[in-house]
Design a protein. Structure first.
Length: 36
């Protein structure tokens, strides 16, 4: 996918957050709610 012209790319912060893995079910539910 192409990014829009006004998109700003941020550098990764390099810190792993353990709650990221735990948030996957909530993310998938949110995407399903968008009918994606």
């Amino acid at each position: 996918a192409l990014l829009p012209e006004d998109c700003t790319l941020l550098k990764p912060i390099g810190i792993y957050r353990s709650e990221v893995d735990a948030s996957r079910p909530q993310l998938m539910e949110w995407l399903h709610g968008l009918e994606y």
